[in-house]
Design a protein around this ligand. Structure first.
Ligand code: ZN
Length: 136
């Protein structure tokens, strides 16, 4: 497998995109890139392009959303780091054979037209880690 080519985005769990935008949009002056709903994960995602990276704000849309559970346990904050890869199935296979614990063994649909999969923080020095590959 090819190593990831860059960090694609940081995911930050928030109670409210509007409230968090007061920092990222109003105070920092970042230009909002849009808001998208990802029903598979029960989240609304706002992203702010920043150079080659994006800041992704994740707001739960249901009480049983993984983001709602994260907020309940840990409060708002850094949720995950996402690496861009060019062949997600190959990356997952390589990680699995290296003994990395995967949350998703097969790619699923994420925001921004990406196929995504998560590796478990227990295998990644405590940081929930996403791997993503553009589908378009
Ligand atoms: Zn993400």
């Amino acid at each position: 497998m090819q190593p990831p080519s860059k960090i694609d985005h940081f995911g930050i769990a928030v109670q409210s995109i509007e409230e968090a935008s007061r920092f990222y949009r109003d105070a920092l002056g970042l230009e909002p890139g849009g808001i998208e709903e990802v029903p598979e994960q029960k989240v609304r995602v706002a992203f702010f392009p920043l150079g080659e990276v994006r800041i992704e704000l994740l707001e739960p849309t249901a009480a049983d959303s993984p983001i709602a559970r994260f907020l309940e346990k840990r409060g708002p904050g850094l949720h995950h780091v996402a690496y861009l890869v060019d062949d997600l199935p190959a990356t997952l296979a390589a990680l699995k054979s290296a003994g990395v614990r995967l949350i998703d063994e097969t790619p699923r649909a994420g925001a921004h037209g990406m196929k995504i999969a998560f590796a478990h923080p227990k295998s990644t020095a405590g940081v929930l880690t996403e791997f993503c590959q553009p589908t378009r």
